[in-house]
Design a binder for this molecule. Structure first.
Ligand code: ATP
Ligand code: TYD
Length: 242
């Protein structure tokens, strides 16, 4: 497969066409950003840690019946994916109150959310990703009621599978963000699931194991990403297939 023209460049990944119709290459760059791009850095190898974790998680979800865009890795930072028509929504699943819901709503950080809470934001940095509801999503023409139900169902299933996987490595899945896209009428999980898009806490120490280390200068981000990558993608106990 040959890498073709650059189709899109985001804050942390670049997407390229390929010589095969319907397949794209996603390159995980070493850029790291926070606060709508207000804080930015380049950290050597950061892209490959996120790519490896994403690929491992996509394969794990795929084996457990979740339809994902992942095809295969080309090298440590580039993956081949199915080309999707992306739905501009950020679907966030929360098991523990942290981050924006603590800043914006009267939740105390660390409160367990059972059942998990799904929040859907509009993917639009210029508007600071405002929170939507089902009626707004339909009124904006972004998804049908049936598609919203489907995405929420898949999001909860992913939450269950991921929380199990991480729990076996002593990691609490606090929350995570996913994006979906369509190919024809089928909805696939797209984008990434990595330390940039999950909020992870060490079960024993409570330490952050994700991009919060960068957001709030809590330590050596690369060291944390490397150790989380090893805990998730090279686990000491066999957890990859349920
Ligand atoms: P954010 O960091 O908020 O996710 P971004 O757009 O800057 O936003 P990047 O991850 O840097 O994000 O860019 C990747 C882009 O590729 C995103 O716009 C994402 O929606 C898109 N994308 C991901 N998977 C696919 C796919 N399978 N087909 C087409 N586009 C995709
Ligand atoms: P959230 O608490 O809403 O925002 P913040 O990280 O600014 O406190 O984030 C919830 C989860 O979703 C968290 O794990 C990070 C992830 N996320 C993204 O990956 N991209 C985004 O644009 C947003 C808003 C969240």
């Amino acid at each position: 497969m040959k890498q073709g023209n650059l189709l899109y460049t985001g804050k942390a990944k670049s997407v390229y066409r390929t010589d095969i119709k319907g397949k794209l290459i996603v390159e995980f760059r070493d850029d790291i950003t926070a606060f709508d791009g207000g804080k930015k850095d380049v950290l050597a190898n950061k892209g490959s840690y996120n790519a490896e974790v994403s690929a491992f998680i996509f394969e794990y979800l795929g084996k457990n019946g979740v339809k994902t865009h992942f095809v295969k890795m080309l090298d440590p930072r580039r993956m081949i994916v199915r080309e999707l028509s992306m739905i501009p929504l950020e679907v966030i699943v929360r098991n523990v109150a942290a981050g924006s819901i603590v800043r914006n709503l009267p939740f105390r950080e660390g409160t367990e959310l059972d059942p998990p809470v799904i929040v859907i934001d509009l993917k639009d940095d210029s508007r600071h990703d405002p929170m939507l509801n089902d009626d707004l999503i339909v009124a904006l023409g972004l998804a049908t009621p049936g598609e919203i139900k489907k995405m929420k169902g898949i999001a909860l299933e992913i939450n269950r599978l991921l929380a199990d996987l991480l729990s076996m490595q002593g990691i609490t899945l606090v929350d995570f963000k996913i994006e979906f896209g369509r190919q024809g009428k089928t909805i696939y999980l797209g984008d990434e699931i990595s330390m940039d898009s999950m909020r992870l806490w060490d079960r024993k120490t409570g330490e952050s194991l994700d991009k919060d280390v960068y957001r709030f200068d809590k330590g050596d981000v690369l060291k944390v990403y490397d150790s989380v990558m090893k805990r998730i993608a090279h686990p000491t106990t066999k957890t990859a297939k349920k």
